[in-house]
Write a protein that binds this ligand. Structure first.
Ligand SMILES: O=C1O[C@H](COP(=O)(O)O)[C@@H](O)[C@H](O)[C@H]1O
Length: 246
């Protein structure tokens, strides 16, 4: 199903979803002949796909060329089990991606805000400009998830980071959902600067929040926009009735 705002793809189960996601990621990499930029995310959504990238799909990734970023981070060291980039590194990046191609949010900074400013500088240096051009996306692919309150990355409902238009990253002093640690998040304009935004949603526990997003409620995940395609890759068990799929 296609609508003005979203392209919905339904997967039979989490394994099928992970395969489709890995194939989309590889297709985006293949479209970029220089330095593809992939923005990973935390949470449960991409974990099975990470396993496939370390296994069955490993030989299809030109590891020396691809650069890996992260949509948001908990303000903890990478070795902490709560670290989003730490989880991605352990699952598939370590031993495959060159270290200089892994762009972690610097959680050794003094504060989340300092970390956000340093990450913004790193993103701008990679992009080669301080201004995001409408016809030149920062990322080839941005992965997304939806939390129980409709948050995506670490953009939470009603929080000021959601309104930021002039920054690429921002600190979040306290997260309103578990784990209750400070965070750093990319902002909506930075996330939107992509050729494809791919939400990975699975499990019956996501059905109610997805129904609210699809109903048009003003939630962070529903506010995301991409310069290119926005794809919601949803398993059957997470699909709400208002998704418009029989
Ligand atoms: O806190 C976070 O949650 C969202 C959604 O994660 P999920 O486990 O509920 O699918 C995730 O996208 C974000 O990166 C993470 O920091």
């Amino acid at each position: 199903m296609r609508s003005a705002d979203r392209h919905l793809v339904v997967a039979a189960d989490a394994d099928a979803q992970a395969r489709l996601a890995a194939q989309r990621l590889i297709a985006r990499i293949e479209l970029h002949h220089d330095r593809p930029a992939i923005c990973l995310t935390g949470g449960s959504g991409p974990q099975r796909m990470f396993e496939l990238l370390a296994g069955e799909f490993e030989n299809r990734i030109p590891w020396s060329r691809v650069h890996w970023f992260i949509s948001d981070e908990r303000f903890v060291p990478e070795r902490d089990p709560l670290s989003n980039i730490g989880a991605a590194r352990r699952a598939f990046l370590d031993g495959r991606a060159p270290l200089q191609n892994i762009h972690a949010i610097p959680t050794d900074a003094a504060t989340p805000e300092d970390a956000a400013r340093r990450y913004e500088d790193e993103l701008k240096a990679f992009y080669g400009s301080d201004v995001l051009a409408p016809d030149r996306p920062l990322f080839d692919l941005v992965l997304g998830g939806v939390g129980p309150d409709g948050h995506t990355a670490s953009l939470f409902p009603g929080r000021p980071q959601l309104q930021i238009q002039d920054r690429w990253a921002a600190g979040v002093d306290t997260a309103p959902v578990e784990p209750l640690v400070p965070r750093v998040t990319l902002t909506l304009p930075a996330l939107a600067s992509c050729a494809e935004m791919l939400f990975l949603i699975h499990g019956a526990a996501k059905r109610d929040i997805l129904a609210r997003v699809f109903a048009g409620e003003d939630l962070p995940s529903g506010r995301t926009r991409s310069q290119g395609e926005t794809v919601w890759l949803v398993t059957k068990d997470a699909l709400p009735e208002n998704a418009g799929v029989a």
